[in-house]
Design a protein around this ligand. Sequence first.
Ligand code: 3PG
Ligand code: MG
Length: 400
Amino acid sequence: MPSLATLDELDVAGKRVVLRLDLNVPMKDGEVSDLTRIERAVPTLRELRAKGATVVVLSHFGRPKGKVVAEMSLAPVAPALSRAIFAPVQFVATNWHDGKAAEVAGSLRPGDVALMENTRFHPGEEANDAQFAAVLAGLGDVYVDDAFSCAHRAHASTEGIAHLLPSAAGRAMQAEIEALQKALESPERPLAAVVGGAKISTKLDLIGNLLGLADTIIIGGAMANTFLAAEGHEVGKSLKEADLYDNAREIMRDAAGRDRTLLLPSDVVVAAEFSAGAAHRSVDVNAVGPEDMILDIGPASVAAVEKAFAVARTLVWNGPFGAFELAPFDAGTVATAKAAARLTKEGRLVSVAGGGDTVAALNRAGVAGDFTYVSTAGGAFLEWLEGKALPGVAILMTQG
Ligand code: 3PG
Ligand code: MG
């Protein structure tokens, strides 16, 4: 069985470690506005420093497309990283052509931490160019990847470099992969999956893969409107994808053929417009009017979802049930998230959530801390749910 190389197998004592983090963090007014990804990096950074390693941190930020873009500098992230680890973090401003990265990396002492400028300032990063990978590998003796949320990218700092140095996953990446394996590869059954969000078009592969894995698939968000419309229900002015009705029908047929439960809303919350406090009512899915806009699931659907959670032993959650950004249309997402959190706390459910808006939705419900595991990954989490091999993970697998 291939297994993930971790910090238990990689000798880092006294070594220069090139550490890939995902510091592609939300910023507001020049400050980091959500510290989650930084906080997740702390255990690995602490362990490396405690073992006497020197740490050269690499990350991308935004999508500068191979050029130096001042607004996409990682400079403002260095102080936040420093505060998180209670140690200085030297920021290295480099355009990746001036040799500064190697110069500073060579001058570091055991325990020092340096953060290099955005790797995507160099075109070789996204191209996974062998020469640029060699430049990055030259900054250290070993490579540690703690950026699961970048593992779906085969870039120089996430994949190319791992061909060139002894490599292992950091603790956050290890925990993330273990949680996903537990939920999807060897789940305690029944396995329930929530697939929410606006569009089916972005989740066709994911639903297809889940049909082979999950016992129950619960559809939420505007995506459910497309299913309802495909079944012939009036959905009024609701968001929907009319060109995907055939796909929706095929998914429903496929689920029935495999004896999977595909749970769609039986009632919905509708309003004439999506605005805060808009006049709204709960109606049966057969009673949606031509002027109505579906913005959340209704109370009967919430109860049905809670029932599905109660009989499940494992839950994978991606995407919200309604337009949770605006009250009262967050009610379905909040109620069901709280139910999952309660079952998890009672030890009756293993719950893993991630991808896109999911973390924000769980934070809105105040329960992100009560799930078994909440992934900070967007695209990487989705690709994992799609059953795809992630290049940044594959390269860290050892045969043994
Ligand atoms: C993310 O925030 O999703 C990751 O950092 C990956 O960023 P990317 O989508 O620009 O590759
Ligand atoms: Mg992304």
